[in-house]
Write a protein that binds this ligand. Structure first.
Ligand SMILES: *[C@@H]1O[C@H](CO)[C@@H](O)[C@H](O)[C@H]1NC(C)=O
Ligand SMILES: CC(=O)N[C@H]1CO[C@H](CO)[C@@H](O)[C@@H]1O
Length: 381
């Protein structure tokens, strides 16, 4: 075992030794970044009653935020593939997604209907599809489900203003290995990020920052599943713009946001990559302005520490806003600009993993992958 570890380390060093790689690592890892202060702007409050809501998607018409929440104890002690916690537990794991009703400041647990009682339901990323014209009362809700028997994508139907999720189907495929986040583009088609190539080399992948993650497209109409973007360093959040013509992917160890154009055959064409210099987590798009909000971590080494020691201190957070560049350098082809709009050392929420915004209601919701509660902030912080 020790010999293997030594060989892996040497290999990692050999692969690692290139100048840009090292300077990027130093930037993303935040080694020289000063300590982050606690946020004290007074425009955030914590809403208790939920745990580990890693992903949040706001349905703007109703003001309902759909949240993939879970159980902090299970995720830190029992079983959770996204942080490499793989055990032989036989415990049935059932987590509960929630709606946070922004207008009424209320949490509503969602009940699963028609879902096999013997199956695990362990959440990570989620996505929502809506066909408002033809099915005005219905949403399709997609979840990455990390079952003990292997990870899958679950598709549910939700009738607006009910508290139910009715299970429609499970998509299991050899190419869907370590699904992190999912973005549906119709009720039968989605893109999913595989954050790593296999479960077992996860930590190794992260440390040497190898680009072994990918994006997979699945269609239940044509029954195809294929890799449409490859060579990504820990692709994490994935989302799309309003008409699903663009797909955005954040990379945690790459420190980048990749911007793809979606082709008519569903393949992705990389049109831009924006190095934001922070470890990017989940993404969300402001539906009115098209701006992209990224939850990012200032000290990703703290995330690695957490993979090894679940009692390590929380990661300080940042929210980055990416806008169309309006400054002078846009004439040199720099299409996007980015800035940090929120920073906190973990005093509000530990380890923020998602920032979802609702401009109509001037609200930004923050979720965390460890710890309890969500934060509700004013958007004009
Ligand atoms: C954030 O910083 C404040 C003030 O420096 C400190 O009291 C607090 O413990 C820090 N919180 C975390 C989670 O590190
Ligand atoms: C939806 C999504 O991308 N979830 C990720 C959010 O960030 C946490 C922390 O890095 C990941 O573990 C989740 O998988």
């Amino acid at each position: 075992m020790q010999a293997a570890a030594i060989i892996l380390t040497i290999l990692a060093l050999i692969i690692a030794l290139s100048y840009t790689w090292i300077s990027e690592v130093i930037t993303i890892a935040g080694i020289f970044r000063p300590d982050i202060k606690p946020y004290d702007g007074g425009k955030c409050r914590v809403i208790k009653g939920v745990e580990t809501c890693e992903d949040i998607l706001i349905h703007h018409r109703t003001g309902h935020a759909f949240m993939a929440c879970g159980n902090a104890t299970i995720r830190s002690n029992v079983f959770y593939p996204p942080i490499n916690l793989l055990t032989n537990t036989t415990q049935l794991i059932r987590e509960t997604p929630y709606i946070y009703d922004i207008n009424n400041d209320k949490l509503i647990p969602l009940e699963l209907k028609n879902f096999p009682p013997e199956e695990d339901f362990l959440l990570c990323g989620m996505g929502i599809y809506e066909d408002e014209k033809n099915e005005p009362n219905k949403l399709y809700v997609f979840f990455a489900n990390h079952k003990k028997s292997g990870s899958v994508i679950e598709i549910f139907e939700h009738i607006l203003n009910t508290n139910e999720l009715v299970h429609l189907s499970t998509v299991k495929h050899d190419l869907i290995i370590t699904p992190n986040d999912v973005v549906p583009v119709s009720k039968d088609e989605f893109y999913v990020t595989n954050d790593h190539s296999t479960e077992f080399y996860r930590l190794f992948d992260d440390i040497i920052r190898r680009p072994w993650g990918n994006v997979v497209f699945h269609s239940s109409i044509t029954n195809t599943t294929e890799i449409v973007a490859d060579g990504l360093s820990y692709p994490n959040g994935i989302t799309s713009n309003w008409d699903n013509s663009k797909i955005y992917v954040g990379t945690s160890t790459g420190g980048e946001v990749m911007i793809y154009d979606r082709k008519s055959n569903n393949k992705l064409h990389l049109s831009d990559r924006l190095f934001v210099g922070l470890s990017v987590d989940n993404l969300s798009v402001d539906e009115q302005t098209g701006e992209i909000y990224c939850a990012a971590t200032q000290k990703p080494l703290a995330a690695f520490a957490y993979m090894i020691d679940r009692t390590s201190p929380p990661q300080p957070a940042a929210v980055i806003k990416i806008s169309n560049n309006t400054a002078e350098d846009k004439f040199y082809g720099i299409k996007y600009s980015h800035k940090i709009i929120f920073e906190d050392n973990g005093s509000i929420l530990p380890s923020v993993s998602i920032a979802a915004v609702d401009r109509q209601r001037n609200v930004m919701l923050l979720g965390t992958f460890r710890g309890s509660g969500i934060a509700r902030c004013e958007l004009d912080l």
